[in-house]
Design a binder for this molecule. Structure first.
Ligand SMILES: Nc1ncnc2c1ncn2[C@@H]1O[C@H](COP(=O)(O)OP(=O)(O)OP(=O)(O)O)[C@@H](O)[C@H]1O
Length: 321
């Protein structure tokens, strides 16, 4: 049995970045969350899992301030997401980046302009700086100047994810939301993308909140797993503690054949090569990387943090975040 509903993660410094307390979400008579609580700590990769319709996306929307709680509070960096002046909320939302499911690139814009969008919209930066930052971000995710001129329609699924990640990281966010980051990728591309996320997390030190159904991705990345069931987070703990938690969803989701295979694959990975390579690492220009951005990064000194939130961009694209 686990030691509690919300046990401390490995590798994070313990400072709460997100605090959800007593959350109730209801659409008419349909109650999605009831008395849901969750804490995300700085530097960790926290993964949210749950059955279809359990409220994972709605929880992300609550944290992003896109839904209004019927009860309870959602605080990010100590600030209630649905309170404060418009200026304060705008400033808060610039401290996170979001990789939406499917990438959500603007089809009419080039790769370059997709990544440049938050820099141009949220910061009044001279174009020369926009150009440099976009080039650095594309390099970070293993894309080249040639790729920058392509249209999203000409990209592979893996490249779309990389561009979307570059856009989410455009202004060095402290907090990154990944919604089904490996959905739709074949196993090789998925492994590469997972390795890229892991490397960037280690280098840049941001906190990650990820929703995924993919057990390989989950086992490879998660410091802690928050399980959404019965309208609340029933357990939030490192994987071994979650696996010991007695609940039918956990039994079905983790302990079947699918879960066994993912665990074995991850154990094999860890014993063989703890530092998996990704093609981005091979292709990236070493000098083009930004220095670690946050205190939680390996060996990072405190550096100015620029951050972006691309929610508005996604909203503009398809009418909802
Ligand atoms: N705007 C809305 N109006 C009414 N009901 C909604 C709205 N948004 C979500 N819901 C409902 O809330 C519940 C939770 O939805 P949510 O999208 O968060 O599930 P999920 O856990 O992300 O599921 P999946 O894994 O299938 O994507 C669902 O029953 C959904 O129909």
């Amino acid at each position: 049995m686990v030691s509690g509903p919300d046990t401390a993660p490995r590798g994070a410094d313990g400072a709460p970045v997100i605090e959800v307390q007593g959350l109730r979400t209801a659409f008419g008579t349909h109650v999605v969350h009831e008395n849901l609580s969750l804490t995300v700590r700085r530097g960790e990769i926290l993964t949210i899992v749950g059955g279809s319709g359990s409220g994972k996306t709605v929880l992300l929307r609550q944290i992003l301030g896109l839904e209004t709680p019927a009860a309870g509070t959602v605080r990010v960096f100590g600030q209630a997401v649905d309170q404060g002046s418009a200026k304060e909320r705008f400033a808060l939302r610039q401290r996170w980046g979001v990789l939406f499911q499917g990438g959500a690139l603007f089809s009419a814009l080039s790769v370059f302009d997709n990544v440049a969008l938050p820099l141009r919209e949220l910061r009044s930066l001279p174009e020369a700086i926009v150009r440099d930052v976009v080039t650095m971000r594309l390099s970070l995710v293993g894309l080249t100047d040639d790729d920058a001129h392509k249209s999203p329609a000409d990209l592979s699924g893996g490249m779309v994810k990389r561009v979307a990640l570059a856009r989410a990281l455009a202004l060095d966010p402290e907090l990154v939301f990944l919604d089904e980051p490996t959905a739709g990728l074949d196993p090789t591309r998925s492994d590469e993308f997972v390795a890229l996320i892991r490397r960037l997390h280690r280098q840049l030190g941001f906190t990650v909140v990820m929703v995924t159904h993919d057990l390989d991705t989950l086992f490879a990345l998660a410091d802690r797993v928050a399980v959404l069931a019965d309208k609340k987070v029933i357990v939030c703990a490192p994987m071994d503690e979650v696996l010991a938690f007695d609940h039918p969803f956990i039994e079905t989701f983790f302990l079947g054949e699918r879960g066994r295979r993912a665990r074995e694959l991850n154990e094999a990975r860890q014993s063989g090569d703890d530092e998996p390579h990704d093609s981005a690492e091979a292709k990236a220009t070493p000098g083009a990387r930004t220095p670690p951005a946050h205190p939680a990064a390996e060996g990072a000194a405190a550096t100015p943090v620029l951050a972006v939130e691309t929610t508005h961009a996604k909203e503009a694209e398809d009418g909802k975040p």
